[in-house]
Ligand binder design. Sequence first.
Ligand code: LMR
Length: 394
Amino acid sequence: MFEQLQEQPADKILALMQAFREDPREDKIDLGVGVYKDANGNTPIMRAIKDAEKRLWEEETTKAYTGLAGDPLFAERMSRLVLADAVEADAVSAVATPGGTGAVRQAFDMVRLANPEVRVHVSDPTWPNHLSILKHMGIPAIPYRYFDSETGGVDYEGMIADLSQARSGDVILLHGCCHNPTGANLTQGQWHQLIEIIKSTGATPMIDLAYQGFGDGLDEDAGPTREVAAACPETLIAASCSKNFGIYRERTGILMAVSNDTSKKKVTQGTLAYLNRQNYSFPPDHGARLVLMVLGDEGLRADWMSELEDVRTGMLELRRLLTDELRERSGSDRFGFLAQHRGMFSRLGVGPDKVEALREKHGIYMVGDSRMNIAGLNRDTVPKLAEAIIDVGI
Ligand code: LMR
């Protein structure tokens, strides 16, 4: 039977990780996979997480199963972190999932259950795994215009024109903040208008929130998600704890289904738990427990927020340095958009030939669509990147 299997396309981001590892050059620079790195190139365990792990080791008395939805305290505290008091607690059904990707997958499963004909509108471009999962599940993905490579910003007119075509029964997938892969985000005013468009189409918004705290701050980054959830009758939110708690390999995420019809909560919550049972039964607990401990303890929470703020401002500083270097070397402001972008990523907006030249000639690895992970830089490598960008004729 196995001979019937066909080779699957390699995930571009993961393939790049491998190619980087195999490159013997000592001065190579990894701007590929979306993992935060400090100035020494390490991905540290956050202090509050380490402290929580110590406490957990002391205090945990059992590894017996939790519930199918995970620990309700995790859901309660994460819902609060993401939604604050934008909606009533009763409006939110939630399950813990293996990472943000698990939440995305469960959300697609849920909407397909509700509407077997569902179509999902995705930004062009979007995180490649969104497309890959949709394809695997046989759900049509409809691209909407998003990135304007001329300006490095959002093609807002195009986006609105395309999303106006959505219809009831469709899902509109949005990045809550720190758009991956472009780094280009909507302004507050644009979000307000977009929400009106979504409401007028009757489509259901789904927000992928993988980088809360990496853009303008924890509350600022959750602002659009809160507004969408408060304004629309139903909203799906897939939130990841991988990046903002730095617990990538623990696979910690949450899927929230928000509905202003609270009478349906039992069915919605039951459906989410049912889907967990079908796909992997109980969700992983270790990371979720660390998160609920950090969020529930004043000291740990304050330390976590302060470390996250350092991470965020460090990336902003790298953006500023890179933009300054490029302004100096190019004698123009054409790279100014890099300082406007938010989060880990920026898309340069150049073709694969230039990306390849950066890799071949300079040992600089970025994703083929010219997405670079700003956190892969430090004060020493910023000038090297700027020089290489000019050298390959970008
Ligand atoms: C990324 O976009 O690089 C991250 O979300 C990691 C991944 O799984 O692709």
